[in-house]
Design a binder for this molecule. Structure first.
Ligand code: THU
Length: 138
């Protein structure tokens, strides 16, 4: 799967965005290390808070189908380059500290980052290791 194909899948997913409140459409497409592809769009709610970003939709679809090994994710929104929100960066961090993140404008114009660049010095699963030791200290 090349980058252009993944970008076009995110563009297609963006068409499904349910955005009656913001009117801001976002699409995402990810590929796992084993080659599985999942897409997502943002889904809003009349009570606003339950809104789910496109990236998280795609990631949750992958994880709920048993695929956590996310290698690359493409994001494309209605602004020139739509960067992932802080919550989505943290969710990406959960599954791959070194995730490859592509912020696309179209299939010929995109910027590439590592998650470490977008979320430096992050908190993650490793910080919660040795649970028993912490319990004993209390
Ligand atoms: N949104 C995303 O889906 N991904 C992002 O990276 C940024 C923001 C959505 C959430 C909401 O539906 C709309 O864009 C406006 O914030």
């Amino acid at each position: 799967m090349n980058k252009k194909k993944l970008i076009n899948m995110a563009i297609k997913a963006r068409k499904n965005a349910y955005v009656p409140y913001s009117r801001f459409h976002v699409g995402a497409a990810l590929i796992t290390k084993s080659g599985k592809i999942y897409t997502g769009c943002n889904i809003e709610s009349a009570s606003y808070t339950p809104t789910n970003c496109a990236e998280r939709t795609a990631i949750f679809k992958a994880v709920s189908e048993g695929h956590r090994d996310i290698e690359t994710i493409v994001i494309i929104g209605d602004s020139e380059f739509t960067y992932p929100c802080g919550v989505c960066r943290q969710v990406m961090r959960e599954f791959n500290k070194n995730m490859h993140v592509i912020i696309a404008k179209d299939e010929n114009n995109f910027k590439e980052y590592t998650l470490e660049e977008l979320l430096p010095n992050s908190f993650g699963p490793e910080d919660l290791k040795n649970k028993e030791e912490r319990c004993n200290e209390l």
